[in-house]
Design a protein around this ligand. Structure first.
Ligand SMILES: [Zn+2]
Length: 217
């Protein structure tokens, strides 16, 4: 459902929007089919141009795997999620080759308590692209302004050093604006953090990713 209208694509700010449906923010592909059809989930779309709409296809699929592996065991529809993983990997040979080649196993504490764990490497660039689109879309939802096309968006994953300093301070920071999407499954807040505008994205209550929005460059 599109809440508001815009004369320009809110993802690039350059071209007029294409079609009536717009682009889902967050991308609908990060949800299993069961989640997509559940009454507990709602989906927002932003006006987007044809090329922005098409651009998200591969990066959204990589983000889907990354978010799915980070949150899957906490979600209601685990079997459906695994099934939709399988479909993604079947459909896209480049993603599946990279994914399977990167899988490694390790034993965090020698296997005593945690047992065997598996890890996979994700294309950080593609994840950042997809998350950048989410930031632009959420920015428009929250401010009704299109995020500047040349504005920087820096993404911080839990493995990044800067991430720790943000997450340690976020509780003390004054919440300027907040938007909850999808009945708590995806939450997005913007904080002032030592002169930065930090967006906090919480996926399915389990995975938090921060982004530094720096529209002044
Ligand atoms: Zn566009």
């Amino acid at each position: 459902m599109i809440k508001k209208k815009s004369d320009f694509c809110v993802l690039c700010g350059k071209l007029p929007p294409y079609g009536k449906k717009g682009d889902h923010i967050p991308p609908i592909s990060i949800y299993s089919v069961a989640e997509r059809t559940s009454a507990r989930y709602r989906f927002n779309a932003v006006p987007a141009c044809e090329s922005c709409n098409a651009e998200g296809k591969v990066s959204d699929e990589v983000l889907k795997l990354f978010i799915g592996l980070s949150t899957g065991e906490y979600r209601d529809f685990q079997d459906e999620l695994i099934e939709s993983f399988g479909k993604t990997l079947q459909k896209n040979s480049r993603i599946s080759n990279e994914f399977f080649e990167s899988i490694s196993e390790w034993f965090p504490d020698g296997g005593a308590v945690s047992g065997r764990k598996f890890g996979a490497v994700f294309d950080r660039n593609l994840c950042e692209k997809s998350l950048g689109r989410i930031c632009r879309g959420m920015y428009w939802f929250m401010t009704e302004n299109i995020y500047p096309n040349d504005g920087l968006i820096e993404i911080f994953f839990p493995c990044d050093q800067f991430y720790q300093s943000v997450s340690n301070n976020v509780a003390d920071i004054n919440v300027k604006r907040s938007e909850e999407v999808n009945g708590g499954t995806f939450r997005c807040n913007v904080f002032d953090f030592s002169g930065f505008e930090i967006m906090e994205m919480v996926f399915f209550g389990k995975l938090t990713i921060f982004a530094n929005l720096n529209s002044d460059k």
